[in-house]
Design a protein around this ligand. Sequence first.
Ligand SMILES: Cc1ncc(COP(=O)(O)O)c(C=O)c1O
Length: 405
Amino acid sequence: MTDKSPNAPAAPIALYTPEIRGNEWKYVKECLDTAWVSSVGAFVDRFEHMLAERMGVRHAVAVTSGTAALHTALNLMGVMHDDEVLVSTLTFIASANAVRYCGAWPVFIDAEPNHWQMDPQRVEEFLTERCERRRDGVYNLRTGRRVRALLPVHMLGHPVDMDPILKLAKKFDLRVIEDAAEGLGVQYKGRSVGGLGDVGCISFNGNKLITTGGGGAVLTNDPELAKRARYLTTQAKDDPLEFVHGEVGYNYRLTNLQAAMGCGQLECVDEFIAAKRAIAEIYCERLHDVPGVTFFNPSPQARCTYWMNTLRIQPEEYGKTSRQLMKELQARGVQTRPLWQPMHLSPAHRGCESVLTGVADQLYSQCLTVPSSVGLRREEAEFVCETIASLASPHSFCHNYREAG
Ligand SMILES: Cc1ncc(COP(=O)(O)O)c(C=O)c1O
């Protein structure tokens, strides 16, 4: 660490570390003591009930990851080989990969500039200008493929503007799969995300608001869909005793051990959200007058969790690019990271169609996610802010920028 400030932290400040402060040890020990460690058990049922209640849906089906939840949800919605699914371009790659697992194709939709979420106007543009309605559905005029579903991603603890998305889905007879991997505790117009479309998906990966080590869940209000999700994620086994499988299923069920941890975590979720909101307040307060540093502007329809606090660094005003700042913070013991490479730029999804305005590209180059652990101490957050403020060099941008190439 090169910083000499008396407030400099003794240890590096991580971007995110899980918080384990409740009954996790006790519940996991119960699994170990009773040997109920695998993919059935009382904690799986308890976790699913707690989760459904928390997410405001009738059913939650616990699975091995958010990615498995997305894959299952797309299957439930009948997404098939050579279908198309409209996906936010600014997302973690799992959202797009899951579409490819079904043999379908993502069409990437740019973000809106205020809250950085899937832009409903671009969805409408694609459906009205690049598609045609046929008797059995909507078809992409260029590829000839059927458009089957919309997959909005509630990103960074803020909701997508869902009303226009749901309206378009109704008008064009499309299914809606919400990627709410980052959305636990996030609300849109007073309702939890993940329960607004036909099916929702959540993740309990290590950096999520609560974690089971790895895990996820499929969320739905439809009992038939929940039943089918259980069936598909348990190898599509038809008979409780005989090994008869009606179709190709998956081994996607969460273990009792992981669910035990999830129960302990979920009991603390309100404390975690309060901590996240307090951290966001410190960042907002301490950084609002640093030139060239801004946040997304939360929508009045939203209740955000600020899952990962993400700053936008405007290099002309701040004097450095986001990547230059990332390196300088790293040298001072502060871990940050860029946003995901937008999917339309990803080599993994080269050649997929997209509807672009340049917003995602700009956010990708300018955004930096800063330490956001539930357990982040006030003085650590303040140190991050002080360091960011002290590194601003608004008059030297041209020099810095040229050096950075
Ligand atoms: C938006 C988004 N979608 C999907 C996933 C995939 O979840 P998992 O890592 O649990 O497979 C993640 C996070 O990892 C995510 O942030």
